[in-house]
Design a protein around this ligand. Structure first.
Ligand code: ADP
Length: 261
């Protein structure tokens, strides 16, 4: 069980996680975070659940959330336009990867747009949802799911080859409150840079930890299937791919799946 009082005692942030809503079981922490945001919860308020019964991935996919994981959502109130919301996913991925590198010396890598991998296996997923008002963003909820203190057996058969957990990698349980504190701290530092329009720093960090830059990728959308080489991520967080015919295409998250070919 996650001990919230241990988190509160250890936390080194200004505003992220300073207000925590803790639940044994939720449908999805993002859904509850959106409800709390609508009720006026402050920037940085964090929803934590021991398990989620309907954890969400992108494109209506399911995120499996057994006991022993970190399933949390952070409420944000940035003054940004809708087109900038995608940058928050990248910023969050940087924070997660840095946390895993610092605490466990794992070679965590970021798979555009929203996953963190260790040894090419998914250990974390991120889901950013924005509430929009015209061209501006009312609030943003960023959900972070990390597979922590459970064995691979805690996941369905079809995920056992693509996913991993920290327990599996490190061969022991980790201090989950320490992990949450470090994650919230890294997140706050990255988010501050994003807000101060220092997104370039985030891009530099992102590039240094990207899993498939320079590699062949396959891009699958509703309409088409493309092949090319992932060459960069641009100032808006889009993936830049050089297609086989030599042209460059910007891929925006939300409507595609990218995988190493
Ligand atoms: P994608 O990797 O295509 O971007 P998402 O980020 O939307 O997918 O995450 C949802 C997908 O992640 C699911 O369809 C499933 O394949 C996988 N998945 C679900 N739960 C977990 C988990 N706890 N750990 C690792 N992968 C998971």
């Amino acid at each position: 069980m996650i001990r919230i009082e241990r988190i509160t005692a250890k936390l080194e942030t200004d505003f992220v996680g300073r207000e925590i809503y803790y639940f044994l079981k939720l449908s999805s922490t993002n859904t509850t975070a959106k409800e709390q945001a609508r009720k006026g919860a402050k920037e940085g308020a964090t929803i934590i659940a021991e398990t989620q019964t309907r954890g969400k991935g992108r494109l209506n996919r399911r995120w499996i959330s057994p006991k022993g994981g970190v399933w949390l959502s952070i409420i944000l109130r940035p003054q940004i336009n809708t087109e900038d919301a995608a940058k928050i996913t990248l910023t969050t991925a940087v924070a997660v990867a840095k946390t895993l590198r610092k605490l466990y010396r794992l070679r965590a890598e970021i798979k555009w747009p929203n996953d963190v991998l260790v040894h090419s296996k998914k250990v974390c997923g991120i889901l950013t949802e924005a509430s929009l008002e015209g061209k501006t963003v009312n609030f943003v909820v960023v959900g972070i799911g990390i597979n922590v203190n459970f064995a691979l057996n805690g996941l369905p058969e079809n995920l056992k080859t693509t996913a991993t957990t920290l327990k599996e990698m490190l061969k022991k349980d980790v201090d989950i409150e320490e992990l949450i504190c470090q994650l919230l701290k890294e997140f706050e530092e990255c988010y501050k840079q994003f807000k101060e329009k220092e997104f370039r720093n985030m891009l530099t960090e992102w590039r240094s930890m990207a899993s498939f830059l320079g590699k062949k990728v396959e891009i699958v959308s509703f309409a088409e299937r493309l092949h090319g080489v992932a060459v960069d991520v641009d100032g808006k967080g889009a993936l830049v791919v050089k297609l086989e015919d030599g042209t460059r295409r910007k891929i925006v998250s939300g409507d595609v799946t990218v995988r190493e070919a």
